[in-house]
Write a protein that binds this ligand. Sequence first.
Ligand code: C2E
Ligand code: CA
Ligand code: CA
Ligand code: CA
Length: 279
Amino acid sequence: VKTGGKNGYRFFDPAFYGALQARQQLEKELQAAISENQFVLHYQVRVSTITRQVVSLEALVRWNHPTAGLVRPDEFIPLAEETGQIVALGELVVDSVCAQIAAWTRAGLAPVPVSINVSSRQFNERDMHALFLQALDRHAIPAHFVEIELTESAMLHDPQRTSAHLNAMHALGIRLLVDDFGTGYSSLWMLQQLDFDILKVDKSFTRLLGADRQGEILFAAIITMAHALGMKVVAEGVERPEQVDILARLRCDELQGYLIARPLDADGVQAEIRKRAIA
Ligand code: C2E
Ligand code: CA
Ligand code: CA
Ligand code: CA
């Protein structure tokens, strides 16, 4: 049997064939999910270390699969990035977040900024500046209710074009966050490219706090550097009370993690905001 392609022989491997079929099936289902918008957003609060009040929400997408139930992003975002489906999915996310902020505002709830994760392919294949502008406009939302979380990979492809778009969004009042800081090849390089507002330290650093003196030294150095550059610092993945004590002592500005609150649906997160506003 001739299977074609330089890796054609792999089709004789049943395990590989199975994986390939599963992948193609997932890609097909993802396409349907995008055209029917089977996605829901959960929101995880980011709180001030000092007041414990909510300063922002991170929008985290879930796929409400017709038979499998709620699917976590790690199970479909990587494939969506590979196939390019992330572009259409990302547009749905931006629109849904803006629609949700508008709905909260109409309901008389104090709107809290929401941060949106954006992948590299979205920047390469779309004019993100226009996309955000149109969504803000469509839902009549002020730009300062939206934040963008970027990892280094989002800037690697065409740094000049990406920086230009991000600078234009920043000028509108959209805050820019560095996500997963400390991982990747050169997070520091990113800081040289753009005027970021907030630095979100990766949870692998937070995990070290309390267990390892090195981790605390690294965290302290990151905070000193960020503050000198005029950025606020968020620790993500906060799970243990002793991490909060150390982060407060290091003057880390904001906290996010399961200890503070899990990602919640739109109603759940509003309850969490109110609970903290009166506490
Ligand atoms: P991320 O941007 O690093 O988001 C934080 C992830 O850490 C979330 O996983 C969150 O639920 C999880 N998390 C929060 N607190 C804790 C904690 O205390 N401990 C631990 N171990 N984990 C914690 P989630 O929701 O599964 O999202 C995974 C990734 O999927 C995100 O990582 C992000 O890269 C991506 N993602 C999610 N939503 C979107 C989206 O709308 N667009 C794009 N492009 N990517 C998204
Ligand atoms: Ca993020
Ligand atoms: Ca992160
Ligand atoms: Ca991540």
